[in-house]
Design a protein around this ligand. Structure first.
Ligand SMILES: Cc1cc2nc3c(=O)[nH]c(=O)nc-3n(C[C@H](O)[C@H](O)[C@H](O)COP(=O)(O)OP(=O)(O)OC[C@H]3O[C@@H](n4cnc5c(N)ncnc54)[C@H](O)[C@@H]3O)c2cc1C
Length: 390
């Protein structure tokens, strides 16, 4: 029988108002009898990727499952680009696979949205949800005991029964530095293919080309390569960068011409082995920060948020009782999906850069086999498109 604890100011404090924190706030607002006792704390400080979400250069490939969730929360951005075909290939070796929306009888395999546009919709929905929102200094967890967790935001001290870390901070427990950096930009292709996304594996790292959500005649680039080469490419003028990119990608889209400033991001894998520590739970990038290959980070984070809301459903009307059973259920629910997606993206980011011809050739053959045998292609594609079903 769970023991009762004395009342806290808040039932749940969500630290961080990125896409995962906002999605959780919206899900909980629907389940809680007192949504005002859920507080989302958003830092006004510059984020790692841009001074404001509006300035963040990321575009995100959102899978079918995530789109359904975001639409149900009333937070789907107006402008998005459909992905109907995904072309996966390996530079300089045999093997490619095509994944089409018709293989899965869905109107599209996924969509591309701009990070800033998604945050704008989510923030607006949270403001209207009844959840308390506090903007200000970065929030910090001070300590926790059997009754709850104490936090601070600037001069203010808050007490909450549980705290969800959705601050995007890289967990440091299991960490791999990829020796890769990502170059992000927008290009115009001379032979565009509407609705196609490309993932091309090169010896230096994966190169993704996605339809752009807001410039419909343009494509978004996420080009991962060794840090020295990335830093060199970053110094090139637009014409030279365009040429290097076209050479790395090959001729499938004709020539690629850069349309905006190129941004540079370091890449690492960090995973928190246990996402729950007492009354503090980590979700989204705060629980696992993945390589961007195959665009899985946000999709996985949204599944964290959905599972946590389900696990807390029965606790929300009785928040004076201790939450450990609900949190154990959350850990149990999330473990297979977290492990599989983390290992899959880690493997994909490294297998073609091993420098071992036999491994790279085998990986190329695997791509070819997947193309020829739909039964091999389906499980991988289904996981990447929809994630593990709960
Ligand atoms: C180059 C690149 C491409 C990517 N492409 C894809 C893709 O195609 N598909 C995909 O699914 N994923 C992709 N990702 C991953 C995706 O961007 C992240 O997984 C996702 O943004 C994580 O969301 P989050 O809410 O957990 O964290 P964040 O987006 O980092 O948001 C955290 C928020 O918390 C705030 N915050 C931080 N600290 C505090 C604090 N102490 N107090 C209060 N607030 C705080 C921050 O300001 C921020 O607003 C990509 C990532 C990169 C780098």
């Amino acid at each position: 029988m769970p023991s009762e604890t004395s009342a806290c100011e808040f039932d749940i404090a969500i630290l961080g108002g990125g896409p995962v924190g906002c999605a959780l706030a919206l899900l909980l607002a629907r389940l809680s009898p007192r949504p005002e006792r859920i507080v989302m704390l958003q830092s006004d400080a510059a984020s790692r990727y841009g001074h404001t979400p509006e300035m963040d250069p990321r575009v995100l490939a959102v899978n079918h499952g995530s789109r359904v969730l975001l639409e149900s929360l009333g937070a789907w951005p107006e402008r998005c680009a459909d992905i109907r075909t995904i072309h996966v290939s390996q530079r300089g070796r045999l093997g490619r696979t095509l994944i089409k929306h018709t293989d899965f009888a869905v109107p599209q395999l996924g969509c591309v949205v701009r990070y800033g546009a998604l945050i704008e919709q989510l923030t607006r929905a949270v403001q209207a949800s009844g959840v308390s929102v506090r903007h200000g200094a970065s929030a910090e967890i001070r300590h926790q005991d059997a009754r709850g967790v104490q936090l601070s935001q600037g001069q203010d001290i808050l007490q909450s029964a549980i705290v969800v870390q959705a601050d995007g901070g890289s967990p440091t427990e299991i960490r791999r530095t990829y020796q890769q950096m990502a170059l992000l930009t927008r290009v115009r292709a001379s032979l565009p293919r509407t609705g196609w996304a490309f993932e091309r594996f090169t010896r230096e790292g994966p190169l993704a080309i996605l339809p752009h959500p807001e410039a419909t005649d343009q494509q978004s680039i996420v080009w991962c390569c060794a840090p020295e080469r990335a830093e060199h490419l970053h110094t090139l003028n637009a014409a030279d960068f365009s040429l290097a990119l076209t050479q790395a990608f090959g001729g499938r889209l004709g020539s690629l011409k850069v349309q905006e400033k190129v941004s540079l991001f370091p890449l690492a894998l960090s995973v928190r082995a246990a996402p729950v520590n007492g009354r503090v739970i980590a979700i989204g990038n705060a629980a696992q920060t993945l390589h961007p290959v195959a665009g899985q980070g946000l999709n996985l984070g949204l599944r964290d948020a959905a599972s946590l809301a389900i696990a807390l459903r029965d606790w929300l009307p009785v928040t004076n009782q201790e939450p450990s059973a609900a949190l154990e259920q959350f850990v149990h629910m999330r473990q297979p999906d977290r492990q599989l997606t983390t290992h899959l993206t880690d493997l994909m980011s490294r297998v073609f850069t091993s420098g071992w011809p036999i491994i790279e050739h085998s990986a190329g053959l695997a791509l070819l086999a997947m193309d020829l045998i739909p039964a091999l292609r389906a499980p991988l594609a289904r996981h990447l498109l929809q994630g593990l079903r709960l």
